[in-house]
Design a protein around this ligand. Sequence first.
Ligand code: ADP
Ligand code: ZN
Length: 214
Amino acid sequence: MDAIVLLGAPGSGKGTVAEDIRNAVNYQHVSTGDLLRAAIKAGSALGEEAKRYMERGELVPDEVIINIVKELIDSGSRDARYMFDGFPRTFAQAERLDEVLSSYGSSVKYVFLLEVARPVLVRRICGRRICRQCGAVYNIHTKRPSVDGVCDHCGSKDIYQRADDTEETLNNRLDVYERQTAELIDYYDRKKILVRVDAEDRLKTEQAIVAYLA
Ligand code: ADP
Ligand code: ZN
């Protein structure tokens, strides 16, 4: 088993980068945000609980997140390779991840910190649109579908803005990130596995990570 982590503010591009490089680096992309949204869509009790926090831009409680990830790892293959996106987000989550991995004789190999200036984050997130059918991500400023309102990948016309991608909720999410996630940077820096990546330019970011792992 092997694991790497993509760390960065909402809008730093973790999800897009992970999808783009997963084949090249041979890691499975695990987004806790996507897992939670799937639980909400499925109408599970866990989804109902998570929804209340997500709508306000708050973090879902550590126990809920840790259980989801632990279940995924425990039910996965012994030689799985995970690229976590949006997890861990708190110090407690990071410690529990270390415990789970070490029970399999593994540990986090590298943590890539995607660094982007706050005004860029705001612009990216408020402009983000998603295809409800296939999950493809667009941006009204930088990455519109080639036919307006129609998904390039699946042809669906159901392209929406995430409820927590509005300016109000966003400011809260960015504050939460700075408060709770920043201590993770220290934690991983002390372990000497933190790799800072300039994430203003998506392609350069991806090339940097792929090169680092090669
Ligand atoms: P973003 O990184 O753009 O905020 P995500 O899809 O990663 O988007 O997360 C959306 C929301 O899901 C978060 O605001 C939070 O409420 C919840 N969430 C996702 N991952 C975690 C986590 N590891 N710990 C706590 N809450 C989480
Ligand atoms: Zn689509």
